[in-house]
Design a protein around this ligand. Structure first.
Ligand SMILES: [Ca+2]
Ligand SMILES: [Ca+2]
Ligand SMILES: [Ca+2]
Ligand SMILES: [Ca+2]
Length: 488
């Protein structure tokens, strides 16, 4: 996800209607979480015409100024899927993987680490224009002959390595309509040949061309709201429709989940129940900040697996009726795999920051005017499956974001009250790494690289991925730089 990772949505919370937002002091880890099989939604989109076997897909040639590549799209064979009975943190190597040695560098005793200064090289697929992949995800730009594809990073085959997913290709409208092109991540490279990943039918052409959308149902357009996260906890991100233009119940009492089978999103949706006590428009968006003014009463929410059961939980980061939420604690509604708990648990935040310092699941810093809002985000930096609070800029210490970050480790019911130091690589200019990701800014000599955090080698530790370097155009064209997250 993340994955960063990260799936955020907002729900209007009308406290007066139900007790859905009450809190209990029960630690998150103590809460019983049951594995409930998703119920069928009864939503059956029209059959998608099936044009021959997936293995028989013909070559897709994309014009390019890069050397060659004729690519065939293969289905991801079910046999390629890792066995999932294994505990996610057992540290065992996966047979046949090229970078087992790197994975083995994660020691169970490792509390926190650093980004290695010398970067590893991660090869990008050919067949696209130069500087196509200068960030960790882009919307397409097909007008004017530019031919820039839309793409994102998503671990579609559950080997814990994010794959490069082309969600729109300028030379083929079927990409983003009935399938995506997936370049599987081997740990040190993206495959040169794309794999075909099928999308559900029943939606407009080019509906699924980005990493997620808010809905656009006016004017008969009928574009659904959607996002990608692993709803059922099988490690495979699923396609979740948060608003459907033909059914107002989607986004008010349930979502449509198209489960990831390993080679496709299921053609038929299953139902994910939403908390009651909220109004109809509450759950229709994949991301929104709180809106407490003028009586709207919409809290800030995000989706993170706070208790390490692989199911993302609903995290309320701001509540309009309680300023302590976002200042000293968050509310967590645990996921059962097919619904969220009706009662929230309390998750403690570190002290020492301004009131309301953590009212969203991540923010850029705002140090001017004495506001003192830190820059922060949630990432599991120490590979215990629990997202940690990463402060990438602190208003009282300029070294934060230039030579280290502050990490507040997640205990399961709280973030640690004391920060751990996480070293950043030297050798970059500009404003450094004051957020957990940034687009590049190479003009005017600023020299700020484009970067993001992704676990590129599958050892559960998010790595610092430089997607554009101002002094080297090859970065973002034929490779990325990966500063591996390693133990101190
Ligand atoms: Ca899943
Ligand atoms: Ca969870
Ligand atoms: Ca952690
Ligand atoms: Ca890693």
């Amino acid at each position: 996800m993340k994955r960063s990772p990260l799936w955020r949505w907002a729900f209007p919370c009308f406290i007066g209607l139900l007790g859905g937002c009450t809190e209990t002091p029960t630690p998150v880890l103590d809460a019983a979480v049951k594995d409930v099989a998703p119920r069928m939604d009864g939503v059956t989109p029209p059959d998608q015409p099936f044009e021959g076997g997936l293995l028989d897909q013909t070559a897709e040639i994309v014009s390019s100024d890069l050397p060659d590549v004729s690519r065939r799209e293969d289905v991801i064979a079910p046999d390629d899927m890792p066995v999932r009975e294994t505990a996610i943190d057992d540290g065992s190597a996966v047979d046949g993987e090229a970078r087992d040695a790197l994975a083995d560098r994660a020691s169970p005793a490792c509390v926190v680490g650093r980004f290695e200064a010398p970067p590893a090289r991660h090869a990008l697929p050919g067949g696209y224009p130069t500087r196509t992949f200068t960030s960790a995800g882009e919307s397409s730009s097909c007008t004017g002959g530019g031919g820039r594809p839309g793409y994102l990073l998503l671990d579609l085959n559950a080997d814990r390595r994010p794959d490069l997913v082309v969600t729109r290709a300028c030379d083929d409208d079927a990409v983003g309509s009935d399938h995506w092109r997936v370049y599987l991540n081997s740990g040190s490279t993206f495959a040169g040949t794309a794999t075909r990943f099928s999308l559900p039918g029943g939606y407009l052409t080019r509906t699924f061309t980005t990493a997620g959308e808010s809905s656009s149902c006016t004017g008969g357009v009928g574009r659904p709201g959607y996002a990608f996260f692993d709803a059922d906890g099988d490690q495979r991100p699923d396609l979740v429709v948060t608003r459907a233009c033909d059914d107002t119940a989607v986004g008010s009492d349930h979502w449509r989940v198209y489960l990831n089978t390993g080679s496709a999103f299921a053609a038929t949706a299953t139902r994910f129940a939403l908390p009651s006590g909220y109004t109809g428009s509450g759950f229709t968006s994949a991301g929104a900040a709180s809106s407490c003014s003028s009586g709207a009463g919409r809290p800030g929410y995000a989706l993170y697996d706070m208790n390490a059961d692989q199911r993302p939980d609903l995290v309320v980061t701001r509540a309009c009726d309680d300023d302590a939420v976002g200042s000293d604690h968050w509310r967590v509604y645990l996921s059962t795999g097919s619904s969220f708990a009706g009662t929230a648990t309390r998750f403690a935040l570190p002290s020492g920051y301004m009131a309301g310092g953590f009212t969203s699941a991540g923010a850029t810093s705002s140090c001017s005017g004495g506001a003192g809002r830190p820059g922060y985000a949630l990432y599991d930096m120490n590979a215990d499956q629990r997202p940690d609070l990463v402060v990438s800029r602190a208003c009282d210490d300029d070294a934060v974001g230039s030579d280290h970050w502050r990490i507040y480790l997640n205990s399961g019911s709280a973030f640690a009250s004391t920060a751990t130091r996480f070293a950043l690589p030297s050798g970059y200019t500009g404003s450094g790494f004051t957020s957990s990701g940034a687009t590049s800014s190479c003009s005017g000599g600023a020299g700020r690289p484009g970067y993001a955090l992704y676990d590129m080698n599958g050892d559960q530790r998010p790595d610092l991925v430089v997607t554009r370097a101002c002094e080297d155009d090859a970065v973002g064209s034929d490779h990325w730089r990966v500063h591996l997250n390693v133990c101190m």
